[in-house]
Design a protein around this ligand. Structure first.
Ligand code: SF4
Length: 266
C-alpha cells in the first residue's frame, strides 16, 4: 500500500529523504518540520531524529511495490535538491521514477537553481519524461519569481508552480512554459493572511494563458471551515496524467532487487 496523502492535488507521498532546513519566508511555518519535531527522541519512530536531514535508502524502491498507478508527491517531508543530498542519491531517486513509469511523479523544490542545473546536465536525457513533473514553490515576488525563471530554463516534460503559502500579490507572472499552477493559503497556528484578490489575479492570468489552475485552500487557523471555494466554486484543474503500463510482478521483483543491490553498493 502506498502512503496516502491528504494533500488535495496528489494521491500519495514518497519520502526517500527526511528532514530539511529553511531557505525562505515560505518555510516559516513548515508543516513537515512541525510534524517531524513532534517525534524527536521517540525511540524507533521514523522521525526519531526530528527534522534533521537524512537519506532513507530503504524507501527508494517503494514505488515498485505500489501496483496501482498514482500521482506521487516526491519528498513531501523534505526537498530533493537540498544541498545536503548528494548528486548520486538524486540520480538514484530519478532512476526509480524513470523505471516505475506507471506512476506520475510530482517533484517540488525551493532549491530551483540546483534542479535546473541537474536537468540541464546529468538528468538532461530524461528530463522530458511525461510522467515526471518538475515544480517550484512560489510564496512571494522576491524569492518565488526567480524560481519560475530557473524552472523555465530547465528542460522538463511538465513544469508546475505551487504558489503556497501565497504571501503577497505576485503581480504579472510570466506563465510561458508553465503547465500547471496550484495556489493555496497557509494553515495552522500563526497562519499568514491570504487576500482573495491575490488568488483571483492568478486564476485570471492562468485562464488567459490556458494554464490549468488548482485552488487548494484558503487555510487559516480553521482550515476546514474556510474551505476551498473561490467566487462560489472550487477550481480543480490539473494536467492529464497517467503513465505506462504497470510492470509485470517479475519485472517489479527484479527492479526491487536491483535497487537493493544499489543500496548495498554492489
Ligand atoms: S524547503 Fe520545504 S520542507 Fe524544507 S523547510 Fe522549507 S517548507 Fe519545509
Amino acid at each position: 500500500m502506498s502512503e496516502k496523502s491528504s494533500i488535495e492535488w496528489t494521491d500519495s507521498s514518497w519520502n526517500p529523504i527526511r528532514g530539511c532546513t529553511k531557505i525562505s519566508p515560505g518555510c516559516t511555518h513548515c508543516y513537515a518540520e512541525t510534524f517531524a519535531e513532534r517525534f524527536r527522541g521517540v525511540p524507533g519512530h521514523p522521525y526519531e531524529q526530528g527534522f534533521d536531514l537524512r537519506l532513507i535508502p530503504g524507501k527508494l524502491a517503494e514505488p515498485f511495490h505500489w501496483k496501482v498507478p498514482s500521482r506521487i508527491f516526491v519528498n513531501s517531508m523534505s526537498d530533493l535538491f537540498h544541498e545536503g543530498v548528494p548528486d548520486s542519491y538524486i540520480d538514484a531517486v530519478y532512476g526509480v521514477m524513470q523505471d516505475a513509469s506507471w506512476h506520475t511523479y510530482q517533484v517540488l523544490t525551493k532549491r530551483s537553481g540546483r534542479m535546473r542545473d541537474a536537468l540541464q546536465d546529468r538528468l538532461r536525457s530524461a528530463a522530458l519524461e511525461p510522467h515526471i513533473w518538475w515544480g517550484v514553490s512560489v510564496e512571494n515576488r522576491a524569492h518565488g519569481l526567480p524560481r519560475i525563471d530557473h524552472l523555465r530554463d530547465a528542460p522538463a516534460g511538465l513544469r508546475f508552480l505551487s504558489v503556497e503559502p501565497l504571501l503577497e500579490d505576485l503581480g504579472r507572472v510570466n506563465l510561458e512554459g508553465i503547465g500547471w499552477v496550484i495556489v493555496g493559503g497557509e494553515s495552522g497556528a500563526g497562519a499568514r493572511r491570504l487576500d482573495a484578490d491575490w488568488v483571483r489575479s492568478l486564476r485570471d492570468q492562468c485562464r488567459d494563458a490556458g494554464v490549468p489552475f488548482f485552488f487548494k485552500q484558503w487555510g487559516g487557523t480553521r482550515k476546514k471551515l474556510a474551505g476551498r471555494e473561490l467566487d462560489g466554486r472550487t477550481h480543480d484543474e490539473m494536467p492529464p496524467w497517467g503513465g505506462a503500463a504497470v510492470m509485470s510482478p517479475e519485472g517489479r521483483r527484479e527492479a526491487i532487487a536491483r535497487v537493493d543491490r544499489q543500496i548495498a553498493g554492489v
